[in-house]
Design a protein around this ligand. Structure first.
Ligand code: ACO
Length: 348
C-alpha cells in the first residue's frame, strides 16, 4: 500500500547541511547559526557562508561580484525593450537566458540584481568596487539600502520550500544552474509561495478604509478567503523571520515617519488577524509569516508592489544556489512515485 502525503507535507526528501526550519520552536538555523545572529553580515559574506559554510571573513566576494555585475549589464541592457511587456519575475527569467552558460555562480546572482535595477533605471551603470546591495540600491534609485540588505539576508535561505525543491529537482537531472534557477523563479511566482507581499499591502489598504477591521477579517474568512501574510506549511508558531523584518521596519522607520505610521497600523492589524484566524480555525495555528512585514519594508525602500516577488528572488538566489551545489555534489536524481487511482483496462 503506497502512503500518500498531500503536498508532500511531512515527507523528508534527504539530508542537508544548509538550514534547519524548526516549525515547532519557530527557529531558523543557517549552517549552525540562528538567523538573528547573521543580521549584520553583508550580502557577499552570507553568499560565501551559505555556499561553503565556515568563517565568513575569508577572501571577500565584493570585487568579484561587482565585476560580475559589470560583465552582465550590457547583455541585459540589450534585452531591456522586452522587459516592459513582462512581469518583473518573468523579466528575471529572461535575464538568466541572456547570459552565456556560466559555472560562476556570481554571474547568476549579479544578473538577477542588475536586471531588477535596469528595469527601473535603464541608464544605470554598475560599479565594480561597490558592495552588491549598495550598488543595486543606487542603480535602482532606492532608499534605505541597509533595509534592503537586512531583507535579503533574512530571506536568503529557508529549507525545502517549493522553489528550492524545484531547483533541486532540476539540478538533480544535471540540467545546470541556469535551468535550475529559472525553474525556481517559476515556482516562486504563485501567491501561495513568494507572491503574497503585494496582496498584503492591498489588504492593509482595504483595512485602512474599513470602518471595523475585526469585522472585515471575520467577513473575509467566512467567505473562504485567505489572509495574505498568515499561515505556513512548516511553522506552527510565528515565523521567526516576521520578527526580524518587523525590527528591520522599526529601524528604517526612525528615518521615515510614513513607515512608522504604517508599521503601527500593521502591528494592530496583525493582532486582530491572528485572533480572527484562531477563532476561524481553532485546530490549526495560523500565525504571521515572512510576507507580512516584507510588504511594509519593501514599500518603504521604494519598490512597487508588482516588483516584490522579483526582489525576494534576488535574495533567495543565494539559498537556491547553495542547494543546487549540494544536490550536484551529493544528491541522486529526484524521481518520486504517484499512486494511480484512474481506471484500469477491462481485461485487467
Ligand atoms: N487565511 C485563512 N485560512 C488559511 C490561511 C490563511 N492565511 N492559511 C491556511 N488557512 C487554512 C486553509 O484554508 C486550510 O483550511 P481547510 O483545511 O478548511 O481547507 C487550512 O488552513 C490549512 O491550509 P493549507 O492550505 O492546507 O496549508 P498549507 O500548509 O498548504 O498552506 C500557505 C500554507 C500556502 C502559506 C497558507 O497558509 C496560505 O495560503 N497563506 C496565505 C498566503 C501567504 O501568506 N503566502 C506566503 C507564504 S510564506 C512563503 O512561502 C515565502
Amino acid at each position: 500500500m503506497q502512503v500518500v502525503s498531500s503536498g508532500l507535507e511531512g515527507v523528508c526528501v534527504g539530508d542537508s547541511h544548509i538550514s534547519l526550519v524548526d516549525g515547532q520552536a519557530g527557529r531558523l538555523i543557517l549552517r549552525g547559526f540562528h538567523l538573528h545572529q547573521l543580521g549584520e553580515k553583508s550580502f557577499e559574506e552570507l553568499a560565501r557562508f551559505l555556499w561553503e559554510g565556515g568563517a565568513c571573513d575569508e577572501e571577500s566576494l565584493v570585487q568579484p561580484l561587482g565585476e560580475a555585475r559589470v560583465r552582465v549589464a550590457p547583455l541585459l541592457r540589450e534585452a531591456l525593450p522586452l522587459a516592459a511587456r513582462l512581469a518583473p519575475i518573468e523579466w528575471l527569467r529572461l535575464a538568466l537566458d541572456r547570459l552565456p552558460d556560466s559555472q560562476n555562480p556570481l554571474d547568476w546572482v549579479a544578473a538577477l540584481g542588475v536586471a531588477l535595477a535596469l528595469r527601473r533605471n535603464p541608464q544605470a551603470q554598475p560599479e565594480a568596487k561597490a558592495d552588491h546591495v549598495s550598488d543595486i540600491a543606487r542603480m535602482a534609485g532606492l532608499q534605505f539600502p541597509d533595509g534592503l540588505r537586512q531583507y535579503w539576508i533574512c530571506v536568503a535561505e529557508h529549507g525545502m520550500n517549493a522553489s528550492t525543491f524545484t531547483a533541486r529537482v532540476v539540478a538533480s537531472t544535471r540540467a545546470g544552474h541556469r535551468a535550475a534557477l529559472s525553474a525556481a523563479l517559476g515556482a516562486l511566482q504563485g501567491p501561495l509561495h513568494g507572491g503574497a507581499p503585494g496582496p498584503v499591502l492591498d489588504m492593509l489598504d482595504e483595512l485602512q478604509r474599513a470602518p471595523d477591521a475585526a469585522a472585515w477579517f471575520q467577513h473575509k474568512l467566512a467567505s473562504g478567503e485567505r489572509l495574505m501574510g498568515f499561515g505556513h506549511r512548516v511553522y506552527r508558531v510565528r515565523d521567526p523571520r516576521a520578527e526580524v523584518l518587523r525590527l528591520a521596519c522599526q529601524k528604517v522607520s526612525e528615518q521615515s515617519s510614513e513607515l512608522a505610521e504604517r508599521l503601527r497600523f500593521a502591528e494592530r492589524m496583525e493582532k486582530l488577524a491572528t485572533s480572527a484566524l484562531a477563532a476561524h480555525k481553532p485546530g490549526r495555528v495560523l500565525q504571521t509569516n515572512v510576507e507580512y512585514y516584507t510588504a511594509l519594508l519593501l514599500e518603504a525602500i521604494g519598490f512597487q508592489r508588482e516588483e516584490f516577488t522579483a526582489v525576494f528572488a534576488c535574495g533567495r538566489v543565494l539559498g537556491w544556489l547553495a542547494h543546487i551545489f549540494e544536490q550536484e555534489s551529493e544528491g541522486r536524481l529526484i524521481r518520486p512515485e504517484v499512486r494511480y487511482v484512474g481506471p484500469m483496462p477491462d481485461q485487467g
